[in-house]
Design a protein around this ligand. Structure first.
Ligand code: X2X
Length: 334
């Protein structure tokens, strides 16, 4: 019996119709990420992969490669574009080396809380970025962005309370023009290093500090090589769930729909996981020996303003995109 006949008979038998009409393992796709298997990003990606495999009768089999196993972020981005890797979660700020507007949500102090973040990223701002990602870059982004978090600064040598403590300070930042620009504007000496080499860079004192959300600081064991944590919340950063366009379009429509549904559901579940971790991890990290302090956020924002940071990026993104950010953030930026 031909495929059409079999599929016609199976029509109406529900989810399993997809799988039975197709050979198990017809599509074996790789998913790469830069955090350990324990991070909710991978826990929820694995859960989506399991659901997709089961409900497709094994037709779409997504294998999870955590912890930079397939390479550092900037390498895996190339692999994603060429199709050597089919799925990849990447910070919009790093993706901005390819899609400039993708860093816009990382503008310093643009968002005050998660309500504003999700309203923006599930709304007009997220749609703007996804549209640009899809425009001629061999990649597409799923609808829901996954949480990385509000980023806080950690250091090994001294606490950071205001911009004066950052002058000339060797800060590891991810590979992205926005990060470099922002930490220069604070007065620091930023060093671009992929997440894959972050731990060893801090251990060997190539850098004396770094900045990451609590969940990443916990999962990558940064607390082992850093002492102080300044609750700066200086920007919000998220992971776009990206697919190689050719691989994505090679999936039959019903498999694509199934995959998108479970990946987007896992994004929402992962956001909820991090919301819980955000409240519990402060205690956990302090028990590991980290000393927490609050910062003067206004002083940091003022340092960015004085350095011309907002002006510079406003002109880089253009007035129209900047207006979308301002609307999304619910106010005017400096
Ligand atoms: O590289 C980092 O610092 C990380 C893990 O937060 C990102 O993916 C941007």
């Amino acid at each position: 019996m031909g495929i059409l006949g079999r599929r016609a008979i199976l029509a109406g038998t529900g989810a399993f119709a997809i799988g039975r009409a197709r050979a198990a393992g017809e599509f074996r796709y790789k998913f790469a990420s830069n955090v350990p298997l324990t991070h909710p990003l991978n826990v929820r990606a694995q859960q989506a992969a399991d659901r997709i495999r089961t409900e497709s009768g094994g037709a779409l089999d997504i294998q999870v490669f955590p912890n930079n196993q397939l390479g550092a972020d900037t390498d895996v981005l190339s692999q994603l574009r060429s199709g050597a890797v089919e799925f990849f979660t990447l910070s919009g700020l790093i993706l901005s080396t390819l899609v400039p507007v993708a860093s816009i949500n990382g503008i310093g102090f643009a968002f005050t809380d998660y309500d504003a973040v999700w309203r923006a990223m599930d709304g007009e701002l997220g749609a703007l970025i996804r549209g640009e990602i899809a425009r001629g870059n061999q990649i597409v982004a799923m609808e829901r962005i996954w949480d990385n978090g509000f980023r806080h600064m950690t250091t090994s040598t001294k606490p950071i309370r205001g911009p004066e403590d950052l002058q000339g300070f060797k800060m590891r930042v991810p590979v992205s023009p926005l990060w470099t620009s922002m930490f220069k504007a604070f007065g620091a000496s930023p060093i671009s290093i992929n997440a894959a080499e972050m731990y060893s860079a801090l251990q060997t004192r190539i850098a004396d500090g770094q900045e990451n959300p609590l969940a990443a600081i916990w999962n990558t064991k940064i607390y082992e090589v850093q002492k102080y944590l300044a609750l700066s919340g200086h920007m919000w950063d998220g992971y776009w769930f990206l697919a190689n366009r050719r691989a994505w379009q090679a999936l039959p429509a019903e498999l694509r729909t199934l995959a998108a549904r479970h990946l987007d559901q896992s994004a929402l579940d992962q956001r909820a996981d991090l919301a819980t971790l955000n409240t519990s991890l402060a205690t956990v990290l302090q028990a590991k020996g980290m000393a927490f302090n609050e910062v003067d956020k206004d002083a940091f924002r003022e340092a960015l303003r004085r350095a011309g940071f907002y002006q510079e990026w406003r002109s880089k993104y253009g007035e129209q995109n900047w207006a979308v950010l301002e609307r999304a953030a619910g106010g005017t930026l400096p």
